[in-house]
Every structure is written in structure tokens, then in C-alpha cells.
Design a protein around this ligand. Sequence first.
Ligand SMILES: [Zn+2]
Length: 81
Amino acid sequence: MKVACNCGIEMKNARTGMVWLELKEDGTPYQGWSCDKMECPDCGNVVYRLANSPMLHCAEKGFDANLHAAREVGILVEDVP
Ligand SMILES: [Zn+2]
């Protein structure tokens, strides 16, 4: 699937296998989504393309540990796109 930037350029896959962290309304971690980082080669705009379903859920055992591990290796995306 192609992702077009606002400037009309096709965005390139900058990094795969990242984890996008979805927060609850109160700001606590809710779900982790597998995602790819897409970057516009022209203007540098970045978006994250999420998988169809979350792979981590806060009710699951080990959720905090998984988030921590993802953060440690630099693949956790905590800023909301
Ligand atoms: Zn662009």
C-alpha cells in the first residue's frame, strides 16, 4: 500500500517493526500496535502505518515488560501521529 504525503510525494518506508503505543484518555498505556515508519523523501514528513489489530494489550501479562523492552531498543513510538 502506498502512502502519499501532503506534498504529493510517495512516502518511503524508513523503518519497519516498530511499536506504536496507544494511550487511554488518562494518558496511561492501553495497546501496542505493530507499525512501520514512513518518511517523505522530499519534505521529511513522518507518519506511522499501523497494523490491522493491536499486538499488545494492557490486560495481558507482560504488557509493561514488553513496552519497556521496545523502549529500550528504540522502537517504541510514544508521540501520537
Ligand atoms: Zn512531503
